[in-house]
Design a protein around this ligand. Structure first.
Ligand SMILES: [Zn+2]
Length: 196
């Protein structure tokens, strides 16, 4: 065989489970090995900095910020075509348009190692954006758990959204960047959705 296809790795879990840390760990190894890479991240908020993949303890890696819509994904495809990196990483893949899956599979078919990190589920406990589809196509999946902030078990697989200290309702929008809302990891038993 002359042409080898690549592979798809997914790093997922709830908030505060260490997804960005794991992505940075892999990217550091890629950097040491001298391979070429591109990292993308969505422009959705101004947490810390827009051009870097930041972990909650503020360690960073330079990433290309793109919008989460089809336009942003087309930009990504263009950059990948022009730079032809060996590795393509997407942080916070959950926030992108569903069409991200097609782009990811295209890069894998071109022989690239593709790494997608993101929340697997919304605060409602439903699959988040394209992550369900991307997970189905993954060759390797790392599901991380966080500490449940209510019972302190290590079974935190859910993201709890709190608005003014109370569990968010099901009908709240999925992405809201506001001051009064807060997220924490919870286990299935402690995860709450406010009754309408
Ligand atoms: Zn718990």
């Amino acid at each position: 065989m002359i042409f080898m296809k690549g592979n798809l790795e997914v790093i997922c879990g709830p908030m505060f489970s260490g997804k960005s840390e794991e992505l940075i760990r892999r990217m550091k190894r890629i950097q040491i090995s001298g391979k070429s890479y591109l990292i993308f991240k969505p422009i959705i908020d101004d947490r810390y900095t827009s051009k870097q993949v930041a972990t909650h303890d503020k360690r960073t890696f330079t990433a290309v910020p793109t919008t989460i819509d089809r336009v942003g994904i087309t930009e990504m495809e263009k950059m990948v075509e022009e730079e032809n990196p060996e590795i393509v990483a997407v942080d916070e893949g959950c926030f992108y348009d569903m069409s991200l899956t097609g782009s990811v599979l295209k890069w894998v078919d071109q022989g690239k190692r593709v790494i997608v990190a993101g929340l697997d589920k919304t605060y409602r406990g439903e699959t988040f954006g394209p992550m369900g589809n991307i997970l189905a196509h993954a060759d390797e999946v790392l599901k991380l758990r966080a500490i449940c902030m209510k019972c302190k078990s290590n079974q935190g697989v859910m993201t709890q959204r709190l608005i003014d200290g109370k569990p968010a309702k099901y009908s709240e929008p999925t992405i809201v960047i506001g001051a009064q809302e807060k997220y924490e990891a919870r286990c299935r038993d402690c995860h709450e959705i406010e009754k309408e």
